[in-house]
Design a protein around this ligand. Structure first.
Ligand SMILES: Nc1ncnc2c1ncn2[C@@H]1O[C@H](COP(=O)(O)OP(=O)(O)OP(=O)(O)O)[C@@H](O)[C@H]1O
Ligand SMILES: [Mg+2]
Length: 496
């Protein structure tokens, strides 16, 4: 195929930030009507490359051609005009505006000679777009009222609404579950059937193999290989991404019979979850699986005191405890790792060091000031343990790649020395190699006389990390399976 037939052809793309190279040789060839997976570990340079393709960042070197024509986008508006649209890893929506307004921001249909927005037509157009994509979303609702998954679908609809020939999706499903991704894949298939080319980034292997046909691997900013997914298997892809053999972490086959450490009895929050009874033993990891909106995160948030249950009792080591606010949870030895790093996670402009030690400040401060040395030691240990890729602990956390930001959140909570770890989608946006490190970490965490609850929307993950899996459906536990009993089929069945 000569260059003119590619929708997009990029080679030798380079980019440094303050003299530190982030991308050494960005390369990708996109054919019409295909989904091309761009693969690589956290910090490999994927988002940097894609941001260059869409004019968000300027490249230092390299060539980019769209349908054979050399291009040099200076802004996202340029790339949109040339038919390249991107759904970015971090969403920046206007939460108080309606879905329809967010969709057509800056290009709303007008009336009275362009003086006022024609809301009737705006809502009509937005509703028609959602319907054509099969997304069930009320376009008149303010975005704030939508779940993270639905906001993601709005972002996707927005990119599609530009009728672009090239659609770039940087982890479009990181905020939504595997089951929900099916709706997105349906929409993607409709687009590729019309000849649209999609560049797709995801850390979920199962997703890559189900939606993409071609792949390109970046590692440490460099191009490693590309080809057809039909010619390789997941192990080959993971090896290419990580650069070495990955050993899968494994739970011990059987656990000793230990006392119950955390128990919820009749936990109920109106309209969210009802009559949740569950027990987690010392040394145990309890997985919670379910579809989006099944009440899993809401339950976890209530356990941690972010919200209050209407009814129910929580017991730790057999004793009822009262948790009205997160501070109560922390003092009872609970820690929560949340799914949404933007809302509840990090302070972007502060350094990695500050973000990690934020909630642990008390254990490093003596008579009010922070003991710098102890803080530095603990930080160095965390950076090593989670392989956080940062040029130094002093750089603002917003300059880290997405997955590395997630690792900072994990590290921060572990410094509070919890006894019970509550994790909501702990490996969201995290690459295959580091995922296994995190599972290993969870194993050793609970082996030291502690326990954990892991909420996950990924079947492979929940089956790999849990000793038992409670499945939530419409706010109730629809069944609990041991790891041996669990299968994709059984879990999906219980969840629906
Ligand atoms: N604005 C910036 N300033 C400084 N360094 C940056 C900036 N943006 C990215 N980097 C660095 O460039 C490297 C590549 O980051 P990039 O975001 O492209 O990785 P990625 O492959 O998208 O990773 P992930 O899978 O975690 O999203 C990282 O080391 C990152 O810290
Ligand atoms: Mg990225």
């Amino acid at each position: 195929m000569d260059n003119d037939h590619y929708l997009l052809h990029a080679a030798g793309v380079q980019k440094s930030f303050n003299g530190v190279p982030a991308l050494l040789d960005g390369r990708l060839e996109l054919r019409p009507g295909t989904v091309h997976a761009l693969c690589g570990g956290n910090g490999a340079g994927k988002s940097t490359f894609l941001n260059i393709l869409t004019g968000m960042l300027r490249r230092d070197r390299g060539t980019i051609r769209c349908k054979g024509q050399p291009v040099n986008f200076e802004s996202p508006a340029d790339s949109l005009a040339a038919g390249v649209a991107m759904i970015s890893q971090e969403l920046n929506p206007l939460l108080d505006m309606t879905v329809a307004e967010n969709l057509y921001l800056g290009r709303e249909p007008m009336r009275l000679g362009g003086l006022v927005i024609d809301y009737a037509r705006l809502f009509e157009r937005a509703a028609a777009l959602m319907e054509s994509l099969g997304f069930e979303i009320d376009v008149r609702a303010p975005l704030r009222r939508l779940s993270l998954a639905k906001r993601q679908l709005v972002e996707i609809a927005k990119a599609i609404s530009y009728d672009s020939e090239i659609l770039i999706m940087d982890e479009p499903t990181s905020a939504i579950g595997e089951a929900e991704a099916a709706i997105l894949f349906e929409a993607i298939r409709r687009l590729t059937a019309r000849g649209v080319g999609v560049i797709y980034v995801s850390h979920r292997m199962s997703e890559i193999f189900s939606i993409a046909t071609e792949y390109t691997i970046f590692r440490n900013g460099g191009f490693i290989e590309s080809g057809r997914l039909a010619d390789i298997d997941a192990a080959h892809l993971v090896h290419g991404i990580v650069g070495e053999r990955v050993t899968r972490s494994q739970r011990p086959a059987t656990l000793r019979d230990e006392p119950v450490m955390l128990e919820a009895r009749g936990y109920t929050q109106r309209k969210r979850f009802t009559g949740i009874d569950l027990q987690v033993k010392r040394g145990e990891i309890l997985g919670i699986y379910g579809l989006m909106g099944a009440g899993r995160s809401e339950f976890l948030n209530a356990v941690f005191g972010l919200t209050r249950p209407d009814e129910g009792t929580l017991l730790i080591d057999g004793k009822p405890v009262r948790i009205d606010k997160p501070a109560d949870a922390l003092s009872n030895g609970l820690a929560l790792i949340t799914e949404d790093r933007k809302d509840t996670g990090l302070i972007g402009c502060r350094s990695v060091r500050e973000n990690i030690s934020l909630s642990a400040l008390r254990s490093y401060s003596k008579a009010g000031w922070i003991r710098a040395e102890r803080e530095r030691d603990a930080l160095a240990k965390m950076v090593r343990q989670f392989s956080i890729r940062a040029s130094s602990g002093e750089i603002p956390v917003q300059q880290l790649s997405g997955g590395n930001q997630q690792k900072v959140i994990l590290a921060r909570f572990l410094l509070t020395k919890p006894r019970v770890l509550l994790c909501d989608e702990p490996t969201r946006g995290i690459d295959e190699g580091t995922k296994q490190q995190i599972y290993e970490f969870l194993n050793s965490f609970v082996a030291q006389g502690r326990c954990a609850i892991v909420v996950s929307s990924e079947l492979d993950e929940v089956m790999q990390v849990s000793d038992r899996i409670a499945v939530f459906a419409r706010g109730r536990i629809s069944g609990t399976l041991t790891r041996a009993e669990a299968s994709h089929h059984a879990l999906t069945h219980l969840a629906s």
